[in-house]
Design a protein around this ligand. Structure first.
Ligand SMILES: NC(=O)c1ccc[n+]([C@@H]2O[C@H](COP(=O)([O-])OP(=O)(O)OC[C@H]3O[C@@H](n4cnc5c(N)ncnc54)[C@H](O)[C@@H]3O)[C@@H](O)[C@H]2O)c1
Length: 342
């Protein structure tokens, strides 16, 4: 079975270029979302633990099966551990044999950002140039650069409670062509922004953005509210916006719309696949406020694992590890393996 380590992902992304990687990933995501109805889907399996959540995210079409193990532990950063880490697997449906095991901490950052940018492409104003991001943690640079791959950004305003996070963010993004503006309050940070990303790991039901602060035409990509009881947006925002989600059976428990209770169905305009497949239009005019209530769905992991498997073959990346018995002369002689080794 092929194994992709962090170094393999870094080498592949560097070789083809981050912008190019994002563009290819958006193509894979679009193709998979267009085939939404062919996937066997379920909300992720979440185990809520004292400091966070541990989740399994499986999905399958007629050809490939994938799953991801991922956590969310917002307090981990106090111990210099990542909030989110992940590993994932891609398997062949016909035989059930695993094909690839991959690191997915980086891949989660990349796929979350690509999904967010792809959604901004259909929901934000066409000529969007100014972006604001609230929360400069592990996901933040991925988000900004995925948007820069699809939009020609001219200005990025950023804010975090932690000045070290802001410093790291600005160091990474200083070489880019857009102007970087550090902010000290959120309301000023989002003034004039075409696209606003919320990527805080705040626990509890926060109002990182308040309804009265938003102006006609703005698009909000809310990625940080992704667990029961952990949301970022003033629920009034949802009542006055075009709200797009990934998958209702999962988002109703984990996303911003959990705060709308029984009214949630009424306020959700579409699942993302419906717009990408042309069943519903995206943004209607330059005045409506749009919101992507993102929690992260298994199909996004499927797309990036599918892309990385393809790229790994093209670039001869990764290592073959002997995790699955193969080359046996008698496939019923499993016990023989034990004898060979002892
Ligand atoms: N939707 C998805 O698919 C998806 C995928 C990955 C992560 N996430 C979520 O995105 C969030 C961010 O993840 P991360 O890995 O970047 O976390 P992180 O802990 O590395 O960074 C979060 C940052 O938010 C800042 N912050 C917290 N409250 C704030 C506030 N009120 N105002 C400004 N800044 C604030 C923190 O100081 C920290 O720097 C998490 O909630 C995570 O669960 C969602």
């Amino acid at each position: 079975m092929l194994v992709l380590e962090i170094s393999d992902i870094c080498a592949m992304v560097t070789k083809i270029g981050l912008k190019n990687f994002y563009i290819q990933l958006c193509e894979y995501l679009t193709e998979d979302f267009k085939h939404w109805e062919q996937f066997s889907k379920s909300p992720r399996h979440a185990v809520y633990v004292a400091n966070g959540v541990i989740e399994l995210m499986p999905i399958c079409n007629g050809t490939l099966y994938t799953f991801k193990y991922v956590n969310g532990h917002p307090n981990n950063t106090r111990d210099n551990k990542l909030n989110v880490v992940a590993v994932g697997m891609l398997a062949d449906v016909a035989s059930g044999y695993p094909l690839m095991l991959s690191e997915m901490t980086l891949l989660t950052g990349l796929r979350t950002a690509a999904t967010s940018a792809l959604t901004s492409k259909i929901l934000a104003r066409k000529q969007s140039k100014r972006l604001a991001i609230i929360g400069c943690g592990a996901q933040s640079e991925f988000q900004v650069l995925a948007h820069h791959a699809l939009f020609d950004l001219s200005e990025v305003r950023y804010i975090d409670l932690d000045p070290r996070a802001m410093e790291r963010f600005s160091q990474h993004l200083r070489p880019e062509s857009f102007t970087l503006l550090p902010m000290t309050d959120i309301q000023t940070a989002i003034e004039g922004a075409d696209i606003i990303i919320t990527a805080t790991a705040a626990t509890g039901k926060q109002h990182v953005l308040k309804h009265g602060w938003l102006k006609p035409g703005q698009h909000v990509s809310g990625i940080g509210g992704d667990s029961p009881g952990k949301t970022e947006l003033d629920p009034d925002i949802l009542k006055h916006s075009k709200v797009v989600i990934e998958y209702f059976p999962q988002t109703i428990h984990e996303g911003e719309i959990q705060n709308l209770g029984d009214l949630a169905k009424e306020y959700v305009y579409a699942e993302l696949w419906e717009i990408l497949s042309g069943h519903k239009p995206g943004r209607k005019d330059d005045l409506e406020i749009t919101v992507f209530d993102s929690v992260g769905f298994a199909l996004e992991d499927f797309s990036i694992l599918r892309l990385c498997y393809q790229l790994a073959q093209e670039h001869h990346s990764g290592k073959m590890l002997n995790l699955i018995p193969n080359g046996m002369s008698d496939c019923k002689n499993l016990f023989g393996l034990l004898r060979e080794k002892t």
